[in-house]
Design a protein around this ligand. Sequence first.
Ligand SMILES: N[C@@H](CCC(=O)N[C@@H](CS)C(=O)NCC(=O)O)C(=O)O
Length: 199
Amino acid sequence: MTLYSSPICPWSHRTRLVLREKSVGMDIVYVDADHLPEDLLDLNPYNTVPTLVDRELVLYDSRVIIEYLDERFPHPPLMPVDPVTRAQFRLALFRIEKDWYGLAEEIEQASDGRKAGRARKILTESIVSSAEIFAAKPFFLSDEFSLVDCSIAPILWRLPAYGIELPPKVKPIHRYMDRVFSRPSFQHSLTEQEQELRL
Ligand SMILES: N[C@@H](CCC(=O)N[C@@H](CS)C(=O)NCC(=O)O)C(=O)O
């Protein structure tokens, strides 16, 4: 199995985190997302990373990849079993991708400071307004670490790089970050460039 990954993109990061949770050995090929190699361009019509190659199977879009990895390597499971809770987790994933990843992309790609500032403000407010959910359980919506946490963690890790400092009053979120960032899988998921985001 080969995973094409950017060393710095959050979509790639969540995929690497799932791999580390599963302790799955895999060739990780690091590529520059702005200059993807020819072989990858041939494999993925959307020309994006992450892209996973498992023999004849080629997968792109990090959500498709992480759900495949969770089913292909069932231990430890990163999704609940019952349909209602699974649907709630999928909805959480959808919202995190649309709102938090979307705003993170806006900050990274903003052509002027005003646009970046607006996205920064909305992202901060959205995360802060979720403090009660972070407070309710050790992990997001759950007693167990899940694909939702694998998706949230890369965004929270990048907050300083996005110019966001969460207020001290949102203690449950700070505690959540400590809990998740100290996991061996999370530490192991970080590339050198990602480590430098919080030195
Ligand atoms: N929704 C996609 C987004 C992936 C994505 O946008 N990747 C960026 C890097 S962060 C990329 O490959 N950009 C190269 C390009 O668009 O040409 C996913 O989950 O995989």
